[in-house]
Design a binder for this molecule. Structure first.
Ligand code: ZN
Ligand code: ZN
Length: 338
């Protein structure tokens, strides 16, 4: 089968890999749509991020082979959760596979072959059936760009009428814009790339702010009549942006960290004692939220505009270059385009 390989250089190539066959509790899935994610760019450009096998941790497809299945059969359409699960530890039982305490757990696209390929061998318990109204493309964006902000937004108690700031309009941020707008919020996006600001407006943002046009805080205070933001999602992983988010949150507001960031400065007294702001984070949604997330698609989330580019695996190099240049929404690999 064909699949993407990340090379030193940095560069990506399309290589032939052995055809997978399922063993025990595994199935083989033919990939119908797979996401290209900011994390894949880290693997490509940053030496600290090892990606030893086929990249890709966001995908959906059709079961084409089974060994000793308990649930799935050939022909089933499935969403694939990238994280494996022991099914027995506390976090796994609660549906948080990402926090599994078993040292042998793995993640497709990192410690196991990923989804940017024709086929993948995956444990059956990581595959969830796609409901009839959920397309393969929905399945490919379900985990990270939709599921992660959805989980954050749910924990933040976002309600219609809230003024919600989304700082950083990459795929995760654009996902947050769509979900918050669908909930009836007034969404204000912040992003330096004009293409992504314009795209956010078509996905439901009420206003967008260009950090190059002046101080973010001043621009947002002006847009909100000095009130600030009820809820803020930090989707770019930058310490100074997290500080700005905490500054701009209203008293009793809530800030969620979605962008990955190792270190940041917070002001315990100013932000928490005297403003009672709540700070949380989100990496991936728990399995118990799967049905709620698939319902977003039935309710008309504008994913057709959110997915701006589709490539076949054979054009992987062009796909990575296009996504890295930033003039995109979500980029997918799909065999149905040429
Ligand atoms: Zn991802
Ligand atoms: Zn576990």
């Amino acid at each position: 089968m064909r699949g993407v390989k990340i090379l030193e250089g940095p560069n990506v190539a399309v290589c032939d890999w052995p055809d997978p066959s399922p063993e025990g509790d595994e199935v083989v899935v033919r990939i119908e749509a797979a996401g290209l994610c900011g994390t894949d760019l880290h693997c490509l450009y940053e030496k600290d991020w090892a990606c030893p096998s086929i990249p890709g941790h966001e995908g959906a497809g059709t079961v084409v082979a089974v060994d000793k299945p308990r649930r799935l059969k050939e022909g089933d359409r499935v969403f694939m959760m990238a994280f494996s699960t022991c099914e027995t530890c506390g976090p796994c039982k609660a549906g948080y596979f990402v926090y599994c305490r078993d040292a042998n757990t793995s993640m497709h696209g990192f410690s196991r072959d990923g989804f940017q390929a024709e086929y993948v061998r995956i444990k059956e318990n990581q595959c969830l059936l796609l409901r009839e109204h959920v397309t393969f493309e929905h399945g490919a964006v379900l985990q990270d760009p939709i599921g992660t902000p959805f989980h954050a937004i749910k924990r933040m108690g976002v309600e219609a009428g809230h003024v919600v700031g989304v700082f950083g309009l990459g795929p995760m941020g654009l996902g947050a814009v769509m979900i918050a707008a669908q909930k009836g919020c007034r969404v204000i996006g912040v992003e330096p790339i004009a293409f992504r600001r314009d795209l956010a407006m078509t996905l439901g943002a009420a206003d967008v702010v260009d950090p190059a046009a002046g101080d973010i805080a001043e621009q947002i205070r002006e847009l909100t009549g000095g009130e600030g933001l009820d809820r803020v999602l930090e989707c770019c992983g930058r310490a100074e942006v997290l500080s700005a988010a905490l500054d701009l949150a209203k008293p009793f507001g809530h800030v969620a960290i979605i962008g990955e960031c190792d270190e940041a400065t917070i002001q315990p007294s100013g932000h928490f004692n005297r403003k009672e702001v709540t700070l949380s984070g989100s990496t991936v949604f728990p399995m118990g939220e799967y049905d709620e997330i698939t319902q977003l698609f039935a309710d008309g989330l504008p994913t057709d505009r959110f997915i701006t580019h589709r490539f076949p695996i054979e054009r992987a190099e062009e796909a990575y270059e296009t996504f890295a240049a930033g003039q995109t929404g979500k980029v997918l690999f799909t065999p149905t385009v040429t």
